[in-house]
Write a new protein. Sequence first.
Lengths: 285, 283
Amino acid sequence: MTKRSRIEERIARILMYISTLFIAGLLVFILISVLWRALPAFSPEMLIKPPQGGFYFGKSGGILNAIVGSIYLSLGATGLSLVISLPLALYINLYLNKNNRTGDVVRFFLDVMWGIPSVVYGVFGFAMMLFIGMKTSLLAGIITVSVFIIPIMVRAMDEVFKTVPKGLTETCLSLGMTRSETAYKIYVRQCFPGIITAILLSFGRAIGDAASVLFTTGYTDHIPTSLNQPAATLPLAIFFQLSSPFAEVRERAYASAGVLIIIILIISIISRLFTGQFRKHTIKF
Amino acid sequence: MIICLILIILIPFAITAGLLFRSSLLLQDNSLLHLLFSSVWKPEQGSFGFLPFIISSLWVSLLALMIAAPVCLLSALHLTQYAGKGILRVMQPVIDILAGIPSVIYGLWGVITVVPFISKYSKVFLGIETPGYSILAGAVVLSIMIIPLILNILLELLRTVPDELKEASFSLGAGKWHTIKNVLIRKIYPGIIASFGLGLSRAFGETMAVLMVVGNVVKVPTGVLQPGYPLPALIANNFGEMISVPRYDSALMMASLILLVIILIFNFGSRLIIRHIEKQFQS
């Protein structure tokens, strides 16, 4: 090795190290700078009260409507997309595995769908709502968001199902189980932690997305009591509060952002814990 | 199961067809070329030129990619070639959490840190007074948002490269950096470009975060410190008022159609290249 190439390697290594540190530092910086602003503005009252009169001029009230709305919306959307995603992911892995071509095409398709921005889903959802004469409502939001998270959920489950050893499938089939029995009884149990992780991942996406619910779910100060009512969502609450001319309301946006970050972090931690748990029915090889 | 499959396959086509149908109204009295290359945006007078928005989008996304790309490539090489298991164990959750933070939070972060920073230092160093809401602020926020996406794809790609290739290079007397530079990077070169393409298309479609920091002024931007008005921001900002102005809804549908087509092309090409490389190493 010449001296020049050794120096070159040294410089490259330092740059690489800095890049990695930079990325880790960014996360810490973002979390701290948002939480730092959130803490002084936070009050427990925020979590338990919907907006009262004069809330948008800095008077009392909280963001309970947005928190509850977001949770309703994300739970509904995650449930709905689970109903479609689980069979689909199983289908790709059990029925389309004879020749890999079809499965690959479907996977490719889902990857491309993953790339479609959420605002396009929102616009499409809105166009559909106009088409069938629906108003902005929780239900419309749930459907739009579930369409948007299906590709994410299917691909995440698919990655887990791929790891099931071929021998296990063949054993089941040779014992006379049908393919769908193998799918729902064996695959689902074997991959239970992975499925939970996929669900939590999609839940996190659903709760954090604003662009797709902007036109479909609407916004209201009340806690929705039926699927036909509009609902407030946490990201939109942050967005609206931040664009307010009143400083007190903007402060509240920081606090709401803190709440959202905490929710996301909790989801992330739970999904990490789950990976190690619920292995009771898992066959180890 | 088959019903689910068909449903999913149909959705993108339904979206394209629906948007095409809704925007066809606008095409009746304006030619497509005129819409794309006119910079006059006066919905009240019925003139819809998408040029300022397309140019703003391009500025923001390309700039974001220029910031994110080198960081991602260097870090991916570090994590796969040099770093020990411990660093990987720390970095994987970091990347996942970065990917999981909602765009509104990034937007808020941009408003409280990036925007004041730009406002302050552009005055000190460049003597330009700006409120800070600019293309540059949008690009900085976006670049952080696309880092986890690009990094994850690069990590996956680098892991598919078989060890034999590296070993062959080592046995010929090449050093580690030499091997990385001349074997590894050359081998996955198209994949690196493809991952940047995916990052670019993600940046192109990102809505809330950009909307909050980019300033939203309808004008073809000529510098990074000027405000811009990217396509997704246009859609999100005007959707409420569009019913009152004729053809406005059609124009917004058109905007989302343009967005969708551009992103689909980028995504399709990049995914094809990545798939091709992964196949190549598997066999």
